[in-house]
Design a protein around this ligand. Structure first.
Ligand code: NAD
Length: 695
């Protein structure tokens, strides 16, 4: 027998077991072993029926992703599954752990399915820009009906055992020793003369033919731009219209199309990047981590409140410190309101609300912070105030406590220098709203100790964030690139584009909103204040006034004032073009002696995107981000960069760095400015015909 699939006779039942740690992925050896085992079972006169299961921690949890894009070897999965479905002996799939993707498809090739109560099943291929390509799209609708199968295939979420039973995906849910239960179950089926039940021979049920169109409409917004969910729908539709064999052909065609698509390549990159990002180069797995059992947050404002919620959600007690009682009360009431709203939507219970609120302890006294393991400062963005806070923390916090700042723009090294323990200081840059946004830029200072970095990266995951380790610079990775793009967007409008044209180009590219809708959301006063500070400080690049200053000076701060670059109707966040803004822009151009010209969509896309790529290259060159994949993850989780384009740097590699470098050089000549000075790294890679991900 194969090394990775075993066969043994147990009490008259042939038990096939996959042993290919860690997750019994369906690589070529497992596929060959599974096929061999079912053939052996067929000829084993001692076996009345067969059971197939996973050894170790799970039923096969999916395809072997490392084989993707390589020439197929050994029997294909569909062929293996056919062998199970056509076996003359009845086959029971016994599921524990996670039967995902190809794993569930194997189970669907069996006559009956039994699951441990802790098991989960699902067809998550869509999340890699693919579809279940071994009959999943044809068998699941036959087993449970097209209506129920649609979201499972097109959204790819995991389904717990109990739900799988109520949907009819599994026949029964059990507890205890699975192998024992499965053998008993198979024996009972034999004793009851239970029929074989090949799923491919079942009729597909469907509530009404409109189901597909309605479902497509329901996901249109969330899945905008993605190819795979819509291909999944086509497959399920095919299952309702075509005989099984033809449906399988259709599934194969659409699967092959997706497998070769740039989207799936990008989504697979993101899948790996998201895992890789947790590993910080130079910080080994064996780096010790500090215990974080309690946390304090300084400042109960917009960010402080959201940050506190992350810890309370993870069951970690939080002390929240403010200077005044009123600020504390306000902060706590905002948190409560947030939790109550979540409870109203049914996502948590009222009991959860109370438990989480009880974990957040307000205080006005630093003495209460002497025992905490981690402090995150989220006070006003002022170096003087932050230094004072860190000076005090240095006095009161126990040795070994990690002292973090949520600053967006200030120098983490300078903040660290206000303490006698800069090795314990680090940035933890949450994104707003901090309880929702998944990105956490963990800013490593010059003196931050390795175990502090390791602890904070580990903690990020525990509180449900994707932590990316970055270095100290103005704006870190995300905002540093964003500021370049926003300035370029502003310049494009000054040159002749309209704000709505610029926004549409980037929205169509796949961002959740355009640059100006985004600044209206953040508040135009924020950027205005930053520019004013820079002007005061004599920054030569910030001296020129912009048309956006004009808007801010008129009190047009964006959504919060009902008008910014766009206008907003009461209770509606839809940005609408405003003739008043068009007039102000016209006035600005006249003042500056600019004759507006036609700006093409292509120019908008190139300037807004390439300026970011160029800055990203500088970020890599300076070591602010260790790898291109870190930059990609920052953009995907911090700014909604379309996942199907793989992140800023991945996308750049697909466009081709030679092409981008040429355009950057042209813009340097035509427009000028530091932002268009080509990064040395970009020039080098372009010349070598390489990409950022080849580094
Ligand atoms: P905010 O004004 O909403 O909240 C600041 C809070 O800090 C206020 O409640 C204030 O009373 C309190 N505070 C001020 N001085 C204090 C002191 N000495 N001790 C204790 N509490 C004090 O500001 P915010 O938007 O929450 O920003 C906080 C920090 O987070 C800033 O450094 C900011 O740059 C950063 N940040 C903000 C965002 C954002 O989108 N708002 C995003 C990322 C990071």
């Amino acid at each position: 027998m194969s090394e990775v699939v075993s066969y043994e006779l147990r009490d008259g039942i042939g038990v096939i077991s996959v042993n290919y740690p860690p997750v019994n992925a369906l690589g070529k050896d497992v596929r060959a072993g599974l096929k061999e085992a079912v053939e052996r079972g067929a000829t084993d006169s001692g076996a009345q029926a067969l059971v197939v299961m996973g050894g170790g921690r799970t039923f096969p949890a999916g395809a072997d992703i490392r084989e993707f894009g390589k020439p197929p070897q050994g029997p294909g999965l569909a062929e293996v599954i056919d062998a199970y479905e056509q076996s003359e002996k009845l086959v029971v799939a016994a599921i524990h752990g996670t039967a995902l993707g190809g794993g569930l498809e194997v189970a669907l090739g069996c006559d009956y399915r039994l699951a441990l109560d802790s098991a989960r099943v699902g067809l998550p291929e869509v999340k890699l820009g693919l579809l279940p390509g071994a009959g999943g799209t044809q068998r699941l609708p036959r087993l449970i009906g097209a209506d129920a199968a649609l979201p499972i295939i097109a959204e790819g979420n995991h389904i717990p055992a109990a739900k799988a039973k109520s949907l009819g995906i599994v026949d029964d849910v059990v507890q205890g020793d699975l192998a024992e239960q499965a053998v008993a179950y198979a024996k009972k089926l034999v004793a009851d003369n239970a029929p074989r039940r090949p799923v491919s021979a079942m009729e597909v049920k469907i509530s009404d033919p409109q189901v597909f169109e309605n479902y497509e409409k329901s996901i249109a917004r969330k899945q905008r731009g993605f190819l795979a969910p819509f291909h999944c729908i086509k497959c399920v539709k095919a299952a309702t219209e075509l005989p099984f064999a033809e449906g399988m052909k259709r599934e194969r065609e659409l699967f092959t199309e997706l497998m070769g698509s740039p989207q799936s390549k990008a989504q697979r990159h993101v899948f790996f990047a998201e895992r890789e990002v947790a590993r910080v180069p130079g910080i080994g797995k064996d780096t010790p981590k500090r215990d974080i059992k309690s946390v304090a947050i300084i400042g109960a404002g917009t960010m402080g409140g959201g940050i506190a919620m992350n810890f309370a959600n993870a069951g970690i007690p939080v002390k929240m410190l403010e200077v005044k009682e009123e600020a504390l009360d306000k902060g706590l009431s905002v948190i409560r309101r947030n939790y109550e709203n979540t409870a109203k939507k049914g996502r948590i219970t009222q009991d959860d609300v109370e438990k989480r609120m009880a974990l957040i302890q307000p205080t006005l006294s630093y003495d209460d912070l002497s025992g905490v393991d981690l402090v995150i400062e989220a006070v006003f963005e002022s170096m003087d105030i932050k230094k004072e806070v860190f000076g005090t923390l240095d006095q009161v916090c126990k040795a070994g406590a990690i002292l973090a700042t949520n600053t967006s723009t200030l120098d983490v090294n300078e903040i660290a220098a206000a303490t006698s323990r800069p090795q314990d200081v680090m940035g933890m840059h949450f994104f707003s709203p901090a309880n929702v946004m998944k990105l956490l830029e963990n800013v490593r200072g010059e003196k931050t100790a390795d175990d502090v970095v390791a602890t904070v990266m580990d903690l990020s995951k525990k509180i449900g964030k994707v932590g990316v380790c970055v270095g100290v610079c103005d704006g870190f990775v995300g905002n540093r690139m964003l500021h370049k793009r926003q300035a370029e967007a502003g310049a494009l409008v000054a040159a002749g584009a309209s704000p709505e044209q610029v926004d549409k180009v980037l929205y169509d590219f796949g961002f959740p909103m355009g640059p100006f809708a985004m600044s209206d959301l953040a508040g135009l006063d924020v950027g205005y204040r930053i520019r004013q500070e820079r002007r005061k400080a004599g920054d030569p690049e910030a001296q020129e006034t912009t048309w956006l200053d004009k808007l801010a000076e008129q009190g047009r701060y964006g959504q919060k004032t009902g008008a910014g670059v766009f206008r907003y109707e009461e209770g509606d966040r839809t940005p609408r073009p405003d003739p008043e803004v068009a007039r102000l822009i016209e006035e600005y151009r006249e003042e500056k002696g600019i004759t507006p010209r036609e700006v093409t969509d292509q120019e908008i896309l190139e300037r807004c995107m390439y300026v970011m790529v160029n800055e990203g290259a500088k970020i890599l060159e300076e070591g602010i981000a260790a790898r291109a994949l870190d930059v990609d993850i920052v953009w995907i989780y911090g700014y909604g960069f379309p996942v199907y384009r793989g992140g800023t740097m991945f996308w750049a590699d697909q466009v081709g760095l030679d092409e981008i470098c040429d355009r950057v050089k042209t813009f340097e000549q035509e427009i000028g400015g530091k932002q268009w000075k080509p990064a040395a790294l970009l020039e080098r890679l372009a010349k070598e015909g390489k990409g950022f991900h080849d580094l």
